[in-house]
Design a protein around this ligand. Structure first.
Ligand SMILES: Nc1nc2c(c(=O)[nH]1)N[C@H]1C(S)=C(S)[C@@H](COP(=O)(O)OP(=O)(O)OC[C@H]3O[C@@H](n4cnc5c(=O)[nH]c(N)nc54)[C@H](O)[C@@H]3O)O[C@H]1N2
Ligand SMILES: Nc1nc2c(c(=O)[nH]1)N[C@H]1C(S)=C(S)[C@@H](COP(=O)(O)OP(=O)(O)OC[C@H]3O[C@@H](n4cnc5c(=O)[nH]c(N)nc54)[C@H](O)[C@@H]3O)O[C@H]1N2
Ligand SMILES: [Mo]
Length: 768
């Protein structure tokens, strides 16, 4: 991997030969055995395994290769033949490993041995499983029940997640933060209160019937590339796709299907977006107010001319609540304010609104560009407002489509991973397992961070993930992390969260989902829920990288047995011996969703969780779908607005990473290679700050609350980005996000609108 930054042009479409090259490189680099590379043909197939990358829907009639460049990379990264043995930890102290990059740590390969940090030598030392569980159990029993955190990253299966929430609740708390708290929690809160379900309503079938797609703040070519098949098919039917994104992301511009020989030979590209609106970061509510205003104007004109109403007045009357207040707010909102806050011209928004009004089935697709703002929940509610105006919910081809992140992040919520007691079936758990589940609200991710900084959290158990690297406020968090009395990480790869650790620290290495999971009753399967609320079975197919690994259910059960008093109604060993018995327990807790689980899990395309909103049944406080009046237009009202020279920073992912897992330093779609320490800037802002491409800058957080926050040594890259906005990579820029800078109702860290000041350190070409 090159260590030198190279800035070039990104000319290739998403997919295409570039994609094939990337897949080949990572298979070779990770020394994936040929037989495991062949596994890719089983990825996301009804009888195969569910990809460990994103949560996008898995079709009933898959393509011959139902995987994408990102998914193939994730598979290669997990099935790598590289592995870490005890000698590795004998050679390196943990303090030494701290200086390694995120990429270098993970690139060592799979963790194979349970490990305990030894303070005297500052090294991780192998420990046997039984001793690890016994020590962890003894430590947890000595903690105060409400001071232990059970975090999960969204990969673990429904089976593991169900056992994990039971462990936390039987232990005595609802401290079950998850990666969703940094991600689509704005969706879970915003959709629940507006349409009465916490998840999207769209299915793959809807993509075949839609006649217009609005696409907000999601980078499909990198983060959910398999969706490009649906978008390409929609474009071929002439369906307009209108994109709102501050960056012209490659996959949203055009796509060459790498699985189509003809397209590959001819280099044919499908243009994806029919209109591309490069709004300012944080401009979504303003843009949606503008769209609504233009729609009302078209409706006014229709009424005046005696034409057909543009608004679906029958739907509004029968199915919605609060339209009058919303309408009044839209009429009161001026185009001048809309243009200033969105960065978009009235005419462009009117064009998009005209397409919306011509279409009879519209869907709204969105991602982190919408949710990760101070007003992220309001953004989600504004998307619902747009859809409600013409009854675009609960009918074929229409609906709301949040694109979830981790492959089972949505499913974890379905089986009880939540800090909110009202969302878990506590009475049912009490009856099923004969214990008194805790009723107090638990900690979400931001609250867990606050507790860790305040020193009140006594132990942190991480079911996957890389918490300390993924959360905001890196400097305070890393310092506080080292004071945690106990940290336990259930992991596949070495990461920052192992080398920054608590005073007692354990690493428990687990099987990945692609590996064969052999238990007493034979090889096991697991289940996951995709972004469209469909449940799928998944069978591991690769030989495990080491015989010493335990499965995630076995590790959770191991901790549980060593920590909890025995309970005759909870058979941890039986569950581990046969995961069908875990599914039976899940079905007993949630019969409406999981009846006949064992047979339905292999249904091609998965089986769907019943969603009331999809049937126009609104489980909200009003009994209707609720319109929401936005409190204000900007996404981030209260950071240091008005600090002279401040710019709005948003953090993004490259095609060379999966969250904190950095596969390579290249971002071929944005033409940057060899370094991730870059700051994308608009030429006018560069001129205003007297900066040239290649200059090295320090970025500081503008709001001054006494905590210094800065990231140095970033190289300026001239980029097509709206004036006033700058962009850079997650997680390198996380030290700039204050912990309090999160979405108001959902507490999702506002990683897409951070006010910053940029300062030149040295000029391009001069010695750094
Ligand atoms: N290959 C790969 N796949 C992944 C991941 C990965 O890291 N790598 N991560 C997984 C996870 S956990 C998640 S949550 C998803 C994340 O997938 P996405 O939701 O696509 O997340 P991001 O890459 O953070 O950025 C989203 C987009 O929002 C745009 N944006 C930024 N600010 C704004 C704004 O204010 N308004 C609008 N409209 N747009 C804005 C950015 O330019 C970017 O294109 O992907 C999942 N899939
Ligand atoms: N600035 C900024 N910060 C962000 C974001 C952003 O856009 N900008 N995005 C946020 C979002 S959307 C998310 S979801 C979070 C991500 O936060 P996390 O989910 O906590 O982080 P990951 O990087 O996905 O975790 C990677 C680690 O998971 C472990 N792992 C991988 N596979 C498995 C497995 O099968 N089992 C187990 N037990 N462990 C496994 C490996 O050890 C690997 O090192 O970050 C958030 N942070
Ligand atoms: Mo995520």
């Amino acid at each position: 991997m090159s260590e030198q930054l190279k800035i070039g042009k990104a000319t290739m479409p998403a997919g295409g030969w570039g994609s094939v090259g990337e897949v080949t490189n990572i298979l070779l680099d990770q020394r994936v055995p040929l037989k495991d590379a062949r596994l890719l043909t089983h990825q996301n197939k009804p009888d195969g395994f569910a990809c460990v990358s994103c949560a996008w829907a898995k079709p009933a009639n898959p393509h011959p290769f139902e995987f994408c460049e990102s998914g193939a990379k994730a598979t290669a990264w997990e099935t790598t033949s590289k592995a870490i043995d005890a000698a590795f930890f004998e050679r390196h102290t943990v303090t030494e490993l701290e200086s390694w990059s995120d990429h270098a740590l993970e690139d060592q390969g799979r963790l194979t041995l349970p490990l305990r940090w030894d303070a005297a030598s500052d090294k991780y030392r192998p420990i046997d499983w039984d001793t690890a569980f016994a020590e962890i159990g003894a430590a947890l029993r000595a903690c105060q029940r409400d001071r232990v955190v059970f975090y999960s990253s969204g990969r673990a299966s429904l089976e593991t997640s169900y056992l994990y929430q039971l462990l936390a609740r039987m232990y005595g708390n609802n401290n079950l933060p998850d990666s969703s708290n940094m991600c689509h929690e704005s969706t879970s809160v915003g959709l629940q209160k507006t349409i009465g379900v916490p998840v999207g309503t769209v299915t793959l079938d809807d993509f075949e019937q839609t006649d217009c797609i609005f696409f907000f703040g999601q980078n499909v070519g990198v983060n959910s590339p398999r969706m490009l098949h649906q978008l390409q098919a929609a474009r071929r039917r002439g369906v307009p796709i209108i994109t709102f994104n501050p960056l012209r992301e490659r996959g949203l511009v055009s796509f060459t299907n790498p699985q189509s020989p003809l397209e590959m030979l001819t280099g044919a590209e499908t243009a994806i977006s029919t209109q591309y609106l490069q709004l300012k970061a944080g401009g979504d509510t303003a843009a949606l107010m503008g769209l609504s205003k233009a729609i009302l104007a078209l409706d006014d004109a229709a009424l005046a001319n005696g034409g057909r109403r543009v608004l679906d007045s029958a739907f509004l009357a029968e199915h919605t609540h609060g339209f009058d207040a919303f309408e009044a707010a839209v009429r009161a909102c001026s185009w001048a304010d809309i243009e200033r806050e969105s960065g978009l011209a009235q005419a462009a928004l009117e064009d998009a609104a005209a397409v919306y009004c011509r279409s009879s089935a519209v869907m709204a697709v969105y991602g982190m560009g919408v949710t990760q703002h101070r007003n992220g929940v309001q953004n989600v509610a504004m998307l619902v407002n747009l859809l409600l105006l013409r009854g675009n919910l609960g009918k074929p081809g229409a609906g709301i489509c949040p694109v979830r992140g981790h492959s089972n992040v949505q499913g974890q919520r379905t089986v009880g991973i939540t800090e909110k007691p009202e969302l878990a079936p506590l009475d049912q758990l009490r009856q099923q397992y004969g214990f008194e589940p805790p009723r107090e609200k638990g900690m979400n991710t931001v609250e867990a961070c606050e507790g860790i900084v305040a020193g009140t959290v006594q132990a942190f158990i991480g079911l996957g993930g890389n918490f300390v690297r993924a959360v905001p406020e890196t400097v305070l968090m890393e310092a506080a992390w080292r004071r945690l009395p106990l940290t336990v990480q259930i992991s596949t790869k070495l990461n920052r969260n192992h080398v920054i650790h608590g005073q007692a620290s354990y690493i428990l290495p687990c099987l990945g989902r692609i590996e064969i999971d052999r238990q007493a009753s034979g090889a096991q399967a697991v289940t996951i829920e995709d972004s469209t609320a469909c449940m799928h079975g998944s069978r591991g197919m690769a030989e495990p990288v080491a015989g010493t690994l335990l499965s995630e259910p076995a590790i959770v059960a191991g901790i549980a047995k060593a920590t909890l008093a025995p309970n005759p109604k909870v058979d941890w060993d039986g569950w581990v011996a046969d995961y069908a018995s875990i599914r039976a327990a899940i079905a007993q807790t949630y019969p409406a969703i999981f009846h006949d689980f064992e047979t339905r899990m292999w249904q091609p395309g998965g089986f769907r969780k019943p969603l009331a909103a999809a049937r126009r049944v609104w489980q909200t406080d009003s009994g209707k779908a609720n319109f929401t009046v936005p409190e204000e237009l900007p996404a981030d009202p209260d950071t240091a607005r008005g600090v002279p020279g401040a710019l709005t920073l948003f953090t993004v992912r490259s095609d060379g990473q999966f969250n904190t897992t950095v596969y390579s330093l290249d971002d071929r779609f944005r033409g940057v290679r060899g370094s991730r320490l870059v700051l994308f800037m608009n030429p006018a802002d560069m001129a205003r700050h007297a900066l040239a491409e290649g200059d090295v800058v320090t970025v500081r957080t503008a709001s001054d609350d006494g905590v210094p926050r800065q990231v140095g040594a970033l190289t300026v890259v001239r980029y097509d980005i709206p004036a006033g906005c700058v962009a850079g990579y997650f997680p390198e820029l996380n030290p700039l996000i204050p912990l309090w800078h999160h979405a108001k109702e959902s507490k999702v860290p506002a990683a897409k609108s951070i006010d910053v000041l940029v300062e030149r350190v040295c000029s391009a070409g001069s010695a750094a």
